[in-house]
Design a protein around this ligand. Sequence first.
Ligand code: IFM
Length: 447
Amino acid sequence: MTPSPDSRRFPPDFQWGAATSAAQIEGAAHEDGKGPSIWDTFCAEPGRIKDGGNVDVACDHYHRFEHDVELMEWLGLNAYRFSISWPRVQPQGSGGWNEAGFAFYDRLIERLLRANIKPHITLYHWDLPQALQSAFGGWQSRQVASLFAEYAAEVARRFGDRVASIVTMNEPWCVATLGHETGQFAPGLKNRRIATQVSHHLLLAHGLATQAMRSQTSTQLGIVLNHTPAYPAEATEANRRAARLADGMDVRWYMDPLFRGCYPSDVLEHLGDDAPEIRAGDFAIIQAHLDFLGINFYTRNFISEESPSKQAPGALGFTDMGWEVFPLALTQHLVRITREYAPPPLFITENGMANADTLVNGRVADTPRVDYLRWHLEAVAKAIELGADVRGYFYWSLLDNFEWDSGYTKRFGMVHVDYLTQRRVLKDSAHWYRNFIREHAASTQGA
Ligand code: IFM
């Protein structure tokens, strides 16, 4: 077993957190005036979700948030990342606000602040109001980007002075590609031309929302990107070329507009007629000043042009999602983006693993997750030593929850959830994380 990283390698004011999202944990999908989201619709379509699950109840966090914050207090977290459900606070995605929806987030934020846990809000973690999908085709329409900015400004006006940060978008790649090109996620479209237009509108929405929020709040504003660094399987010219293109579609497609004001030319060339329509002035909007950048990291892409289904070596194993455990890529990637883009302060806004956990005599011995955590924190510590300005780490996820098209079949939590009783049990990884955070606090006291 590798030793745990030395907690003193993290800065004294490092933020130790866990992350969740509204649709995955809240439940109460039809309560207190919440409008339907595209995930409510998607789950109701036969065959979309592996176990036929839906988000009606999920972890019932809407009713159990007080207890969930107690779990965070037990863990010793000083930060918590969660998302606001747009259709809960604005059921139609435009027009009237739902005060009962805002009241829920108000109670949650107040409870977190009483526990000395910094709230970090995400505005869009995939649950678009269904009304906007039905009326405009969702993110296919530029108009939805403007409506998103109105929603963002309202959230910033109400909560901006009490939260540590506001993220506009979570993982636009997933929204565009999995939602509109492969059809795996809501709204389930399969059209590359639409997907690239959606990616452009998401970036535009991010920029417009950032501009709109600046006049309402001085809190930190940012975006969260999921990065899966591409590695050529063998060092052949064809594999290198394929890995470079994969990097272009995943990493540079979002980083270049945000930090350089353009899309990468090799990807534009590859897309040909499927490239998005871009209007004059769009890049200036997209390049709105960012206070921080959130990176979600889980695994790497192992690219072989010669045999596309080539299995990654997986010396450290694979998660229950089938994703290779490859923490070295996290260090290398953080150093690379620091060098290439000179980004603002970084947060690891998600990192974690699904494991086939079992509850035996009241205990979940999730050793693979403890190892995953240990290795990835070591990778972050190394990146900090090599110059990456990483300010916080959020484990994904606090609770086992609804894993999108996999339904409830994958468990990412540090806390086990029995979906029949809603009983929560802290896994071994939660105990490990708690000790690590305590060690860090003890070693940096008075620093
Ligand atoms: O559960 C998701 C989360 O919603 C977004 N990032 C990846 C996680 C694991 O797949």
